[in-house]
Design a binder for this molecule. Structure first.
Ligand code: F6R
Length: 242
C-alpha cells in the first residue's frame, strides 16, 4: 500500500487528477472504474481540465461505475448516471456507449447485476478503480458485514449511509434504501486501486483501513490484501494514524 499525504481537499484532488491523467496518457488504463459522492468532485474538475487542455483522445477508454441507486431512472437528477453526466462525462464528451453504470430501474435488479458483472469481465476487467470510503468503512456500497468475495449485487444501505446521502435530496423520504454495487470480490480484481479520503469524518475509517484487523465488519480493511493500492488522503483523514 502506498500512502500519499495531501495538505487538504484541493491538494488531494490535484494529486489524484495527476495520478489518473498520467496513467491515461501512458495508455495504462483502458477500463477506468469510477466513484460518485462528494470526495471525487474536485478530482473530476481537475481531470476535465487536464484532458481538455491536452486534447486527450478518449476513443479507447471505457468507464465502469461502482454503483447506482435502485429505483431511480438514469434521468433522475439524483441518480449516479446524472451525477456522472454533470461531473465528468458531459465536460469531457466521452462517447456514452463507452460509459457504464448499473441501471437502477430495470425492474429486474438481479438480472441487471449479472449483466453488469459480465460486462466488466467482457471488458477485460478494471485497470484502475477509484474508491471513496464511507464513515463506516464501506467501499462501493458494500456495507459492514459484506462478503469479501461478493460480486455485483443489490444491497440494503446502512442507516448511516442513507443519512449521509440525504444531503443531496430535497425530500429526505426519497433517499433510496437499496443500491446495486460492484461486490468486494469484483473491486479486488481491479489491477490497481486508488482510494481517496478527505476530512476528519473519515479519519476513523481510514485508520481501520490502514492499521486495523482485516475484517468483513470494516469492508475497506480488505484493501490491505491488494497488491497495488494507492491511498491519497489529506492530513485530517490521516490524523488518527499511529
Ligand atoms: C460512491 C461510493 C461510496 C462513496 C462513499 C464516500 O460511488 O461507492 O462508497 O465513495 O460513500 O462518499 P463521500 O465521498 O460522499 O464521502
Amino acid at each position: 500500500m502506498k500512502i500519499i499525504k495531501a495538505e487538504n481537499y484541493n491538494d488531494m484532488s490535484e494529486k489524484a487528477a495527476q495520478f489518473i491523467f498520467e496513467r491515461l496518457i501512458r495508455g495504462d488504463v483502458k477500463v477506468l472504474g469510477l466513484a460518485t459522492g462528494g470526495t471525487p468532485v474536485g478530482l473530476y474538475k481537475r481531470l476535465i481540465k487536464h484532458i481538455n487542455d491536452k486534447n486527450l483522445s478518449l476513443s479507447a477508454l471505457h468507464t465502469v461505475n461502482l454503483d447506482e441507486y435502485v429505483g431511480l431512472s438514469d434521468e433522475d437528477p439524483n441518480s449516479y448516471h446524472q451525477y456522472m453526466e454533470d461531473e465528468l462525462f458531459r465536460p469531457i464528451n466521452i462517447p456514452r456507449d463507452q460509459t457504464h453504470l448499473p441501471h437502477g430501474d430495470t425492474g429486474d435488479s438481479e438480472a441487471e447485476c449479472k449483466r453488469y458483472e459480465r460486462l466488466i469481465q467482457d471488458l477485460g476487467g478494471i485497470d484502475l478503480q477509484l474508491l471513496g470510503i464511507g464513515q463506516n468503512g464501506h467501499i462501493g456500497f458494500n456495507e459492514p458485514g459484506s462478503s469479501f468475495s461478493g460480486r455485483t449485487a443489490v444491497v440494503d444501505l446502512a442507516p448511516s449511509t442513507i443519512e449521509a446521502n440525504a444531503r443531496y435530496f430535497t425530500d429526505k423520504n426519497k433517499v433510496p434504501r437499496k443500491a446495486i454495487t460492484m461486490g468486494i470480490g469484483t473491486i479486488m480484481e481491479s489491477r490497481s486501486i486508488l482510494l481517496l479520503a478527505s476530512g476528519k469524518d473519515k479519519a476513523e475509517a481510514v485508520k481501520k483501513m490502514i492499521e486495523g484487523e482485516i475484517t468483513e465488519q470494516t469492508p475497506a480493511t480488505v484493501l490491505q490484501n491488494h497488491s497495488d493500492l494507492t491511498v491519497i488522503a489529506d492530513k485530517e483523514a490521516l490524523s488518527q494514524l499511529t
